[in-house]
Write a new protein. Structure first.
Lengths: 319, 319
């Protein structure tokens, strides 16, 4: 596999991970379509294993480890979906996983990681990278990065590959962007099929938008967002691929994400996390870009605190 | 069609309504399975047209009207899913629908009914039956009852028919019971396949439980429940069919329903209404009845105020 993932890597990943992931369904909403003036197809990765697309990339990466690497075990740091995904992937292969998590990680995520048989090392939020580095020095574990890894990106691309198989004649595909693994995979697949891929990003953490606009890979803004899966700086490989592709990033506000998240619950009966609502929020906000088009949107995951569905949570998110 | 619907009526209904309803997917949850010690299969009628199984029965009934009946238009009274279902069914057939709704019906339900082109007559909650009778006297409209109608019951039975086609070797099927249309349809289908059907009912509105236990068709309790689709008295046809079948009704508390509703959102990413959570709540509460069985549960609908997903809503429901 090269330093930049190719379409063939995505095809190989799809075959490799098929026994362990769901082929998630695609939903439509007459309400959303009339709001946008387009045909919108929602790829429901909230129904994916571990509740998010992250299972795809982690499984592909773990299955691609050599026997010697696998014997050393896998480590990563994540309080979110990637940690669960790596734990699940290692359980599939029957190897040791160690997840570095912040001390105040939600109980449900801690339990999920433990449920897959992974070890957890807790540390202060600010010391996660160092704790991971120290652990790897001592243990010799292999690190599976959440997005700056060609195996992971190829795995994430399989979500868009499926969507294109499930829905004919798409004009555009939209995915959230945090580190950029999902969007980079989507871009590789979409380009092969002559389809445009856009990213959707919270405007408070718009480093990817500004980086691709200005040709400089900016650091993360460090500002909070309800899109807690998207706070990360855009990765090096994603930056390179998306720069070459001339990818457009559409930014949305936290309130637009929460509104879209609640609209999906009310109208399509789908529970998605705020990060996953960036795509639907973007098609609503930038509807004029998609007039009469067939628009695929990847709903990246469904791991969300239910409190956010109460209307009063809007105000809380501004605090 | 006889006074008691037969299995053949359900088969005919399935073919009749197929172009207008979704073949809804079936979900499983490893978490729920290990909680219950059984294999539980969730039939997701929250993804059905109008957001609930009610579309099935209403469409079957409206399509079965003679041309002369259809020309008179259809009327019903409902603040909930049946009203939307009748409005949708009449839109399909291109005939007039009139829905009697309480003055304080939620805006979203009023808009949905209007969106299908139906007329609405508002009246005080306590005068709904009389208002419907008066309207029918004047207009000559045909009434489609929400459950005491063999055409409606046959239509509702198609949900269980699909579930049995989708999942092999079920031991038992569980559906909510309010008026009893869904459970009666399930019972007719299940009996044909040698499967047991149980009802699940909120314990504050347990008239069906007591009626079938005592052999007396009791009136509705008149007590509130978060299962607002299930407040109705058991219908005459359902009472007859379910009495003959010796059906068991499992009762659950409002808190158990809310807990199950939130568990489904967190673990399966499905938005269901509290009424639809009676089945999952029952398999959890009465887990010992289902040990190692293959249990089908019909999630009846997903039309719910999102406020109920906030944990504080538990207390509010007790008020």
């Amino acid at each position: 596999m090269s330093a930049i993932p190719a379409y063939a890597d995505v095809l190989a990943a799809a075959e490799r991970i098929a026994p362990y992931v769901h082929r998630t369904p695609v939903f439509t909403s007459g309400f959303l379509d009339s709001l946008v003036g387009a045909n919108v197809f929602l790829k429901a990765e909230n129904f994916q294993k571990v509740g998010a697309f992250k299972a795809r990339g982690a499984i592909n990466a773990v299955l691609l480890l050599t026997e010697a690497e696998a014997a050393r075990g896998v480590a990563t740091q994540s309080s979110g979906n990637h940690g669960q995904a790596v734990a699940y992937a290692c359980a599939i292969r029957g190897i040791q996983a160690t997840i570095i998590m912040p001390e105040h990680a939600p109980r449900i995520k801690v339990d999920a990681v433990r449920g897959y048989g992974a070890e957890i090392i807790f540390c202060p939020q600010s010391e996660r990278e160092q704790t991971l580095a120290d652990f790897v020095d001592v243990s010799g574990s292999v690190v599976v990065h959440p997005f700056d890894d060609v195996r992971v990106i190829a795995g994430q691309g399989t979500a868009t590959l499926e969507l294109i198989e499930q829905v004919q004649d798409l004009d555009v595909v939209i995915t959230p962007i945090g580190g950029g693994g999902l969007l980079t995979g989507a871009t590789i697949v979409a380009a092969h099929h002559g389809i445009v891929a856009h990213g959707a990003e919270p405007e408070t953490v718009d480093d990817a938008f500004r980086s691709l606009r200005d040709g400089i890979r900016y650091p993360a803004t460090g500002v909070p967002s309800v899109g807690d899966g998207l706070l990360t700086r855009i990765g090096e490989i994603p930056y390179e691929v998306l720069s070459d592709a001339g990818t457009t990033i559409l930014t949305v506000s936290d309130d637009e994400m929460l509104d879209a998240m609640r609209m999906l619950a009310e109208r399509t009966k789908l529970v998605v996390e705020p990060s996953a609502a960036t795509g639907p929020a973007a098609v609503v906000r930038y509807a004029e870009l998609f007039s009469d088009m067939r628009v695929g949107v990847v709903l990246s995951g469904g791991n969300v605190a239910l409190e956010l569905f109460a209307p009063s949570a809007s105000a809380a998110s501004d605090a």
